[in-house]
Design a protein around this ligand. Structure first.
Ligand code: BES
Ligand code: MN
Ligand code: ZN
Length: 505
């Protein structure tokens, strides 16, 4: 399948004893060598203290210093800053591991060790260090070169990371490593699906990937084709799909980790799977339209989360729902002004064919009712407006249940995938009033993300629900110190944290 996995392990040797192409050490801001690195400093002839005392390395977030020890077992030492010690969190350490992995790759090395100076831990548990170090390593080492026939800057894949912890913490770190390993695998799968061009990653391709996952992990799977969608009455999804020759798919994955007892109501995850969004008849401008291959990022997050669930087998039931189609203009495409009947039965006036995500998701939301879900979370690259509101930093979050909203937000915080709430006040419902149908699919110019959220809410019938607008966070247009340009797999970690916490409760 995807880019190679980074094999992870826990190591307990003293830092000066570690034989490695690169020893990365996460350090907080400070003007002295932390006591925990005294031995390493001594063994390297004061290399670390010189980097710090000279002021060259200050320990700021993302800052690095690459040092070449004149003697000793590590070929290179990479100091990685994590910012102020009292502000260090899981997220800061994950990020430091990602920075280290990215640098390892850039140097052409294939493995590295990662340690966190005791003074830079800020109370993060050994278990959490184990988990986020592996997550970060996978994230930072990732690259997609499969489609390059000529590569002017070939680098070998990073194959292995070892986390260095004190022996007393090895067991805890190992428990975390196992979780981080699974989450990294889900992350990798999601990114791989996201980055695929639209002519490769079609709805049929997504369904095949889901089938493979189901086979690997023993999930139940149902895939509806156009005819089955018609029989189901999914008029909104079919309206989007009617403009393309590419066959749409509605994918249902079922993981039963808590058995079939009535109290084991599942978590339902819904992911927007538009494998290319041209806008349809309301066509988009050409500028950056190629990025609309990423309009299936919600679907990728759901499949990534199922990979994690399949590997860790938490005691909880999870359903995954993915409506998948292209959105193209053609002689058969749905037109502005058309009215269609949704799966729930409500009629929708399609004002703008580019507001297609909500059309495919609304049919998935009403399909979810049959599972009597305990909670439903959808992830969708739904609106450009969420980028205006929150930039590329936070997920726009809406929903109908304050408790679930808080639970999802906390999961996002742990995951380093932060959510910020937008209000679904009644006043905004006005935006969607249609003259001739129950609802229209696009409001005016203002409050675009909330209008999208409110539209979805019209189809939420009898369950707690949270909508995550990931249009600003699903991919990046520039590389960062901790990740390459392109897909981010956003949602995989949040979904995983949410599920694991529920399973442990
Ligand atoms: N897929 C887009 C949203 C999007 C924009 C994702 C930028 C990623 C980056 C979505 O289908 C869309 O086109 N939304 C419209 C809605 C409008 C017509 C009401 C938008 O945001 O302009
Ligand atoms: Mn669109
Ligand atoms: Zn879209």
């Amino acid at each position: 399948m995807s880019a190679k996995t980074v094999t992870s392990a826990v190591a307990t040797a003293a830092l000066p004893q570690i034989e490695t192409p690169l020893l990365a050490v996460a350090l907080a801001e400070g003007s002295d060598v932390p006591a925990s690195l005294a031995d390493l400093d001594k063994a390297t002839g004061g290399l670390v203290s010189r980097a710090i005392a000279s002021g060259d390395f200050k320990g700021k977030r993302d800052e690095t210093s690459l040092l070449y020890p004149p003697a000793g077992k590590a070929q290179r030492i990479l100091l990685v800053g994590v910012g102020k010690a009292n502000e260090v969190s899981r997220n800061a350490l994950r990020r430091a591991a990602a920075v280290a992995a990215r640098r390892t790759r850039a140097l052409g090395a294939t493995r590295f060790h990662f340690a966190v100076a005791a003074e830079a831990r800020n109370g993060v548990s050994a278990r959490d260090v184990g988990q986020v170090a592996v997550e970060g390593a996978g994230q930072g080492a990732w690259a997609f070169t499969e489609l390059k026939r000529t590569n002017d800057d070939p680098k070998p894949d990073v194959e292995a990371v070892a986390m260095v912890v004190p022996a007393a913490e090895a067991k805890e770190a190992e428990a975390g490593r196992r979780i981080g390993d699974a989450i990294a695998a889900g992350h990798r799968l999601a990114r791989y699906l996201q980055v695929q061009p639209g002519n490769v990653c079609t709805p049929t391709y997504l369904a095949d990937q889901a089938r493979q996952l189901a086979q690997q992990h023993g999930f139940g799977i149902t895939v509806l084709d156009r005819a089955a969608m018609k029989a189901e009455g999914m008029g909104a999804l079919l309206a989007v799909a009617q403009g393309t020759q590419e066959e749409p798919r509605f994918i249902v994955l079922e993981y039963q980790g808590a058995g079939r007892a009535a109290d084991a109501a599942p978590i339902a995850l819904i992911g927007k799977g538009v494998t290319f969004d041209s806008g349809g008849i309301s066509i988009k401008p050409a500028q950056s339209m190629e990025d609309m291959k990423y309009d299936m990022s919600g679907a990728a997050a759901v499949l990534g989360a199922f990979e994690v669930v399949g590997l860790l087998k938490p005691k909880v039931n999870v359903v995954g729902l993915i409506p998948a189609t292209e959105n193209l203009p053609s002689g058969t495409a749905v037109k502005p002004g058309d009215v269609v009947k949704s799966h729930l039965g409500k009629t929708i006036e399609i004002i703008n064919t580019d507001a297609e995500g909500r059309l495919i998701l609304c049919d998935a939301l009403s399909y979810a009712r049959r599972f009597k879900p305990a909670a439903v979370i959808d992830a969708a690259t739904l609106t450009g407006a969420v980028v205006v509101a929150l930039g590329h930093v936070a997920i726009g979050q809406m929903g109908n249940d304050e408790t679930l909203l808080a639970e999802v937000r906390e999961a996002g915080e742990r995951a380093g995938e932060r959510c910020w709430p937008l209000p679904l006040w009644d006043e905004y419902r006005e935006l969607l009033k249609s003259d001739i149908a129950d609802v229209k699919n696009s409001g005016g110019r203002g409050a675009g993300s909330i209008a999208g959220g409110w539209f979805l809410r019209e189809f939420v019938d009898g369950f707690a629900w949270v909508h995550l607008d990931i249009a600003g966070t699903a991919y990046t247009e520039n590389e960062g110190p901790h990740q390459p340009k392109g897909p981010t797999a956003v949602g995989v970690r949040l979904f995983s944290e949410f599920i694991l916490k529920r399973a442990a409760a």
